[in-house]
Design a protein around this ligand. Structure first.
Ligand code: SF4
Length: 346
């Protein structure tokens, strides 16, 4: 009976070193192979040219490298690139490269589908099929870094976990991926250039604070009134704003890092003065930044971007209360790559 080979990138460096010792080789060989797997992103054992043919064959007999494959790449008229990424088991996730004058940002997925059920989000319509492994998250970043060098002549500068899935529902794997992305043995990126965006899982926000993570935190808030938030993000009934706020206060007390809130203003849902005042009250306890994001309707018209007056009203109320605001135009709309649009439609 054929036994299933293990994904070699599930092994830590120490386990890989140990493997070589147990197979009569030097522990150092583990370092060499580890470098090929992560820093050099080798897709095959044959690519490991400083490793002997016999050793490569031995690795082939014992392991697989479950590398992702970019099945389809679409380019938007505004330069945004969306990758449809095929995983080793045939499932597909999406990741997006967002270029600006000075930066290239990768928006990566953390789950196939999503465990949550935000009513305005295309991904929520796919059920959660599984969590992504650390190497599958890492590979999305490498693919976008390569595209950034190829099409924009510069390396990737920032990463946001805002693609498919709720990153804090795949906490361990997301943290392991970030560890490799920031490690000198991986991509060596600064954690300050990485933002984990959550819809707000209080227990996990506290856990991150306790672990003194160095990356940035963003919260998809969209309403600071429980009743409204629950109607658009039903899991808010389980994790109400009081608990979220308490977790964020804890986060700030530990990290002293400013909190970013992602916020869409929708017509007839949260485009009132009362809603804007509630947002100010919610985020005043710590230095905050609010990104007012342009919305991309996903079909039936239930959620519509509010008119410009409502967005301006939010902006002026927030600014007059000393809260930093940016109004974010959406990118990649023509290829369904914009926020909340990722649903494997391509
Ligand atoms: S907005 Fe984010 S957390 Fe909510 S359903 Fe979509 S992918 Fe999941």
């Amino acid at each position: 009976m054929e036994t299933k080979k293990k994904d070699i990138r599930a092994l830590t460096k120490e386990q890989l070193r140990q493997f070589f010792v147990e197979h009569g080789d030097k522990a150092f060989r583990g370092n060499q192979v580890y470098e090929w797997l992560w820093q050099k992103s080798a897709h095959t054992f044959d690519a490991m040219t400083n490793v002997s043919k016999e050793t490569r064959q031995m690795l082939e007999d014992n392991f697989v490298i479950n590398h992702i494959r970019v099945d389809q790449m679409q380019r938007s008229s505004d330069g945004t690139i969306k990758n449809a990424v095929r995983l080793h088991d045939g499932l597909v996730v999406e990741s997006v490269l967002i270029p600006t004058e000075t930066r290239t940002t990768a928006c990566v997925s953390s789950q196939v589908g999503c465990s949550l059920d935000c009513r305005f989000c295309a991904t929520a319509r796919m059920k959660r099929m599984r969590n992504l492994n650390p190497d599958e998250i890492y590979d999305q970043v490498v693919a976008i870094d390569n595209e950034s060098r190829l099409y924009f002549d510069r390396p990737l500068s920032n990463i946001v976990f805002m693609g498919m899935g709720e990153p804090l529902m795949n906490y361990n794997n997301v943290l392991k991926a970030i560890e490799m992305i920031t490690s000198p043995e991986g991509l060596g990126m600064s954690p300050r250039r990485i933002t984990v965006s959550t819809s707000g899982v209080p227990k996990m926000i506290k856990k991150m604070a306790d672990e003194e993570v160095k990356f940035r935190l963003a919260v998809s808030l969209h309403s600071a009134i429980d009743e409204v938030r629950t109607s658009i993000m039903p899991f808010n009934a389980t994790f109400p704003l009081k608990d979220l706020r308490e977790a964020l206060e804890y986060w700030y007390s530990k990290t002293k890092n400013r909190i970013t809130y992602e916020y869409v203003v929708w017509k007839g849902i949260n485009d009132t003065r009362e809603a804007a005042d509630a947002l100010v009250r919610f985020c005043k306890f710590a230095p905050s930044k609010v990104n007012l994001i342009e919305y991309n309707p996903i079909d039936d018209g239930e959620f519509q971007q509010a008119n410009a007056d409502a967005v301006e009203m939010y902006q002026s109320i927030l600014e007059s209360n000393g809260i930093t605001v940016t109004v974010r135009r959406s990118r990649g709309k023509d290829i369904d790559a914009a926020c909340g649009q990722l649903a494997n439609k391509s």
